[in-house]
Design a protein around this ligand. Structure first.
Ligand SMILES: [Mn+2]
Length: 466
């Protein structure tokens, strides 16, 4: 095969578990199509749907698969190459040959799916689908299910979403091994950034070194690289600034390996050889928050509680600096931490860097009884639920000094019992710091995934000793 697969039995077993969970009806899983960039034949790098990969493994465009939960029949629909195709692609395995590699004996031409779905609906049976996130799949589902395009979402199967989330949330040993490879490549991406950066360079020069590492491992990026001297801008994809002495460089970058598993790491380091004393103090507050959060990782605790405790620890550190006043527990209960840390502590990670987010955050990060909070800061916590053995997640606390937020809150004296606005105003150009690693939840605790990437102040400064 021209792509990598787990053993056939892995896919068979995953589908059998899903079939039993769903019980009856037809499970329909969409593969992805090629996606055009600026004209039809100039396409983005192909990325298969992760749920399709999980159950059917085939990393090629133009497939759709079904599992009949009642009869157990499994079918992959896809078109065999014509001689015109082969002129451009060369000889490739047939759909039938590929399907056999993942334990599916039967295939049909793609055009047959329409009638197959209609026949199922006419028999009064349920067709279970997931929510499409690509427009072409939404249009196809609308045609096959004979509903308007904007009503496809009403046909989404909650039992299928929950069954897929339950299965994909618990990583198998073979998946953990792939994630470890992806994280270790990501570690090398960060080492390249930390070792290559010199004052006077443009951000994009360093970003090129980072991304080269992923490509050189037959991988790609798990998400667009954040590499910036403005780390306080959470999703900053601009790489045009000049890196100057006194700046901090925040790099949030990760590889997707050749089995499509992700790594997601962040480091913040000085543009020069050393952090300033002000930067070092805040860095250590973030690191203490991270280490406390990591110490809490184990089955049975909610990630919401870890997020809360990480923030208490963060405010303890900021109180020692003088930026925060009062009792840190009370300050967090009042929401004072959101002046400094406006997002969530972490998220699930797997084939998707924010794993399964297409299936709906309320199902993968929360439960029927633990619902997501809607207030500032807390609403950005993507994972809140109780941790279980086999979960893979990120821990990524930070401090983001956002001048506009200081001005707004200071004008209304918001939470001024907890925030020292006079001192904070002197930090308005501070920027942002984030530190992020990836973990597996084990039976008794947790395990760091991938190679160790230096994270203490001393370790980082040693790497910056050029
Ligand atoms: Mn992350």
């Amino acid at each position: 095969m021209h792509f990598k697969l787990f053993p056939k039995a892995t896919y068979r077993q995953r589908r059998e578990v899903l079939r039993q969970q769903i019980g009856s009806g037809l499970i329909l899983l969409m593969g992805n199509e090629e996606s055009s960039m600026n004209y039809k034949d100039n396409t983005y790098a192909f990325r298969q749907d992760s749920t399709f990969l999980y159950y059917f493994g085939l990393d090629v465009a133009g497939l759709v698969a079904v599992i009949d939960a009642d009869s157990g029949e499994e079918l992959i629909f896809g078109n065999e190459l014509t001689i015109d195709d082969i002129i451009w692609t060369g000889t490739l395995p047939t759909v039938r040959e590929m399907a056999a590699e993942v334990g599916v004996p039967n295939t049909k031409p793609y055009a047959n799916i329409d009638a197959y779905v209609k026949k199922t609906l006419d028999a009064g049976r349920t067709v279970h689908i997931l929510k499409p996130y690509r427009p072409e799949n939404r249009i196809k589902l609308a045609e096959w299910l004979a509903v308007p395009v904007n009503e496809v979402e009403y046909k989404v199967s909650l039992p299928l979403i929950k069954a897929v989330v339950a299965q994909r949330s618990h990583k198998e040993a073979a998946e953990v091994a792939e994630i470890e490879k992806a994280v270790s490549i990501s570690v090398d991406m960060h080492l390249a950034a930390i070792q290559h950066t010199r004052p006077g360079m443009k951000e994009y020069e360093v970003a090129a070194k980072v991304e080269e590492v992923a490509l050189a491992h037959n991988g790609r990026l798990a998400y667009p690289t954040i590499l910036t001297v403005h780390g306080e801008v959470l999703h900053n994809h601009y790489h045009g600034n000049t890196i100057e002495e006194g700046h901090m460089v925040l790099v949030d970058a990760g590889a997707e390996n050749d089995m499509h598993y992700a790594g997601d790491l962040t480091r913040t380091f000085p543009a020069g050889r050393k952090f300033t004393s002000r930067q070092a103090e805040v860095y250590n507050a973030v690191l203490a928050s991270m280490d406390h959060a990591i110490s809490l990782l184990r089955p049975g605790i909610t990630y919401m509680e870890i997020h809360r405790q990480a923030n208490v620890k963060l405010l303890e550190g900021l109180k020692a600096i003088g930026l925060v006043k009062g009792d840190p527990e009370e300050a967090v209960a009042a929401g004072a931490h959101t002046m400094f840390f406006q997002c969530g502590l972490g998220h699930m990670m797997g084939m998707d860097v924010h794993d399964m987010e297409d299936l709906g955050e309320q199902y993968l990060g929360y439960t029927d009884t633990l619902v997501k909070r809607t207030d500032f800061g807390w609403k950005s916590l993507r994972l809140g639920r109780e941790l279980q053995e086999g979960f893979v997640l990120t821990v990524e606390p930070g401090v983001y000094i956002i001048p506009e937020l200081i001005d707004r809150w200071a004008a209304e004296k918001k939470l001024d019992a907890f925030i020292n606005y006079e001192l904070l105003d002197k930090y308005r150009d501070f920027g942002g710091i984030r530190i992020e690693d990836n973990f597996l939840i084990t039976a008794n605790g947790h395990q760091l995934l991938g190679k160790y990437l230096p994270k203490t102040l001393k370790e980082i400064e040693e790497l910056r000793n050029y």
